[in-house]
Write a protein that binds this ligand. Structure first.
Ligand code: G3P
Length: 217
């Protein structure tokens, strides 16, 4: 399973990259705003800065909701850096834009996916990634991991090439559940990744090893 980090925070991206396990980055307009990145010029240069830190795919989201606008913005974003993946919303024009970019060999990530039907459409449109928002389903007492399982089953039934990018990951157990079900990629905040490191027996064991070593020195 590939590990993407879901943030526009450059320090968090660097920390995950330094760990040596980072495969890419996802962002969205809310994550950009959270870091105080506003205005087209600043947003574009922030995407470039992210691409310079990581080696893998970096999702950059269009703001337009009409086909023409999405194509125009998507082309501008794609021209920024070869690592940029155009993130498109799961709406009618988003599907059309996805088909347009797929036919041109430009990578896409269809976002705001909450149902198996939407995931089928994204795959039919040739999306590189489909992003089911698992945490947001859990937030409304729905079953995020259940959706992930259904998409995995459907995609495997037909050998769709679209990679399932489990998004809206909130904590470490989400990451483990994604791996169990077989997400191709998970994208989560830094703490959901660092949480995988933690086990009290590791800390206790290391403390004892060091204490025993020091007895003999
Ligand atoms: O980047 C999209 C998605 O991961 C957002 O997550 O936590 O705002 O539901 P969240």
């Amino acid at each position: 399973m590939k590990f993407f980090i879901d943030t526009a925070n450059l320090e968090h991206i660097k920390e995950a990259q330094d760990l040596g396990i980072l495969d890419g980055v996802t962002t969205n307009p809310s994550l950009m705003a959270k870091e105080g990145i506003t205005g087209k010029e600043n947003i574009m240069s922030h995407y470039k800065a992210i691409c310079e830190i990581v080696d893998g795919d970096v999702s950059a989201e269009v703001i337009a909701t009409d086909l023409e606008g999405m194509i125009r913005e998507g082309e501008e974003l794609a021209a920024l850096h070869e690592q940029i993946v155009i993130k498109l919303p799961m709406i009618k024009d988003g599907v059309k834009a996805c088909t347009y970019f797929s036919n041109k060999g430009v990578k896409t990530n269809v976002t705001l996916v909450f149902s198996p039907g939407q995931a089928i459409l994204a795959a039919k449109a040739g999306a590189t990634y489909v992003s089911p928002f698992l945490g947001r389903l859990d937030d409304i007492s729905s079953d995020g991991m259940g959706l992930l399982s259904e998409i995995r089953l459907i995609y495997d039934n037909y050998g769709f090439n679209t990679q399932i990018l489990a998004a809206s990951i909130r904590h470490t157990m989400h990451v483990i559940d994604c791996a169990r079900i077989g997400a191709d990629v998970m994208t989560g905040p830094l703490h959901s990744i660092l949480g995988l490191l933690k086990h009290p027996l590791t800390d206790i064991g290391l403390e004892k090893f060091l204490a025993d070593h020091n007895k003999g020195n």
